[in-house]
Design a protein around this ligand. Structure first.
Ligand code: ZN
Length: 327
């Protein structure tokens, strides 16, 4: 593990593509390179420092293949600097700022940011229940229709930002950290209960506000502490929902401060990035940089980013749609 005191030392160290390739190789395979196609471990490395050939399936691949850096024209030195900048800031940074720092276009910086955020993605549903002290709450992002004028609403809609309230449910385990998910429009009591039961163990203490969707949860946990905010009740000793409410406040500030416009389809990604930042707040900048590489084996294409789905899926849907129409 390297130790850098500041950003200057960091970019001085990662000033060469080869150093970045070596670092990435170490993070991906830790000295035991396996084929990304067939997982065979008889792999030859080429002298150029970034290409490999598998001796089982005879396929070629590069060190960036299958990662968030795949097929990018941006040098890894810039990618690494961008990851460092994005992860070392207390709140997120806008792509305009990153573009200025790295001497790239704002559009490129935006795309890089979204690929980096892909590494923070959490598989929300693939979990087993954990016992402990859980604070659960929900937050709404976006304009309140009742509070804004018609003209302003129309303007917002034109700009393409969030123009309806989008709910997020947040689950905070006081020792393990924060996760959360965007709430679908039809999230009823059954949906919320199933969601909570996937995360919260039966020997837990659950702390929530008086939202009706949580009302049946006392059956599944050791104790369910409810605080009716409108009656002025916010906590009893160690039982409260102040931690998660503080996190939500900070998330809202982050969105307001760094991103003036935020597409609703990207909100989950920004939320996951926020959770990453929240959960790693005790780490040093370089530890946080290093942690990002644990989940680097993901990639989002421009198609998926802009249209919300891959070109293949889109084409498949198009053909299926056409077939259904023709028959
Ligand atoms: Zn292979």
């Amino acid at each position: 593990m390297f130790e850098f005191k500041n950003f200057k030392e960091f970019i001085q160290f990662f000033d060469d593509e080869r150093i970045c390739w070596d670092y990435l190789e170490k993070k991906r395979w830790n000295g035991n390179i396996t084929c990304i196609y067939c997982e065979c471990d008889k792999v030859y490395k080429y002298k150029n420092g970034k290409s490999y050939r598998c001796s089982c399936c005879k396929k070629y691949f590069s060190v960036t293949k299958g990662t968030i850096f795949e097929r990018s024209k941006i040098p890894l030195t810039s990618w690494f600097a961008a990851i460092y900048l994005y992860t070392s800031h207390k709140t997120s940074v806008s792509s305009v700022q990153i573009a200025k720092h790295l001497g790239i276009s704002q559009h490129t910086a935006w795309y890089m940011h979204h690929r980096i955020m892909e590494a923070f993605k959490v598989d929300f549903d693939a979990v087993t229940p954990v016992d402990g002290m859980w604070e659960v709450d929900e937050v709404y992002i976006g304009p309140n229709r009742k509070k804004i004028s018609k003209a302003r609403y129309a303007k917002m809609k034109n700009r393409g930002g969030i123009f309806t309230m989008q709910g997020i449910i947040g689950l905070l385990h006081r020792e393990n950290g924060l996760v959360g998910k965007l709430l679908p429009d039809n999230s009823d009591i059954t949906y919320i209960e199933a969601l909570l039961k996937r995360h919260i163990g039966s020997m837990s203490v659950l702390m929530t506000d008086g939202w009706i969707q949580y009302a049946g949860m006392h059956k599944y946990v050791l104790s369910h502490e409810v605080f009716i905010h409108k009656d002025g009740e916010y906590g009893r000793g160690i039982y409260h929902t102040n931690t998660i409410e503080g996190a939500f406040r900070h998330f809202k500030d982050t969105i307001r401060g760094s991103f003036k416009q935020l597409g609703p389809k990207h909100l989950q990604r920004y939320w996951d990035e926020y959770c990453f930042r929240y959960n790693s707040r005790g780490l040093t900048d370089i530890e946080r940089f290093d942690l990002t590489f644990k989940t680097i084996n993901r990639r989002i294409t421009y198609q998926e980013l802009v249209h919300g789905q891959s070109k293949q899926t889109q084409e498949k849907e198009d053909t299926e749609g056409r077939k259904a129409f023709e028959t």
